[in-house]
Write a protein that binds this ligand. Structure first.
Ligand SMILES: [Zn+2]
Length: 178
């Protein structure tokens, strides 16, 4: 599973395992601290080893993969864009990822401004003048690309860390297909 070298993804949803069987007492329960401890120590070590730029690329790519896999394995209402977004909002809320809102949408050009409140990755962190939600940028790209078959540019423009109360993302479809 993780001991084979690879040049392309080997990830499969089944790798997440049978949590009911494996954790009969603890189940799916963990804490935001635990999630952040894992992610931030990993990011810290990555930056130490490969630098900020490459670490960001790795986080973005992992987020994109997570978005695509979540779409394929969890999102169920996929008929129309509105149904898909409603299901995505519900799923992100249920999984404790954050509260997604569409602030503006242009369906002609597939250009959106999205916000995520109470974001799992950053809400409550010390303000540091950085937009840090690189993983979320990838995640949004992945989930939208999987639904539309288009490629997207996603950029976080406001973040809890840069002093806002929500994370705000500018999303725009790219020319080329995904
Ligand atoms: Zn953020």
């Amino acid at each position: 599973m993780f001991k084979e070298e690879r040049t392309k993804s080997h990830f499969d949803w089944s790798m997440l395992g049978d949590i009911k069987e494996g954790r009969p007492n603890l189940g799916n329960k963990t804490t935001v601290d635990t999630y952040r401890l894992m992610q931030f120590t990993l990011r810290d070590v990555l930056i130490k080893h490969v630098g900020v730029k490459q670490s960001d690329e790795i986080f973005f790519e992992a987020g994109e993969q997570a978005g695509r896999e979540l779409y394929k394995n969890v999102i169920t209402k996929k008929e129309t864009f509105n149904e898909f977004i409603a299901d995505l909002q519900e799923t992100m809320k249920n999984l404790g990822i954050g509260l997604l809102r569409i602030e503006s949408a242009d369906m002609e050009t597939l250009t959106f401004t999205l916000t995520v409140a109470e974001d799992l990755d950053c809400s409550g962190l010390p303000v540091c003048d950085e937009e840090i939600c690189t993983y979320d940028e990838g995640f949004i790209k992945g989930v939208l690309s999987e639904h539309t078959g288009r490629n997207f540019h996603v950029k976080e423009i406001d973040c809890w860390c840069s002093g806002d109360r929500v994370c705000r993302f500018h999303v725009k479809a790219a020319e080329q297909v995904a």
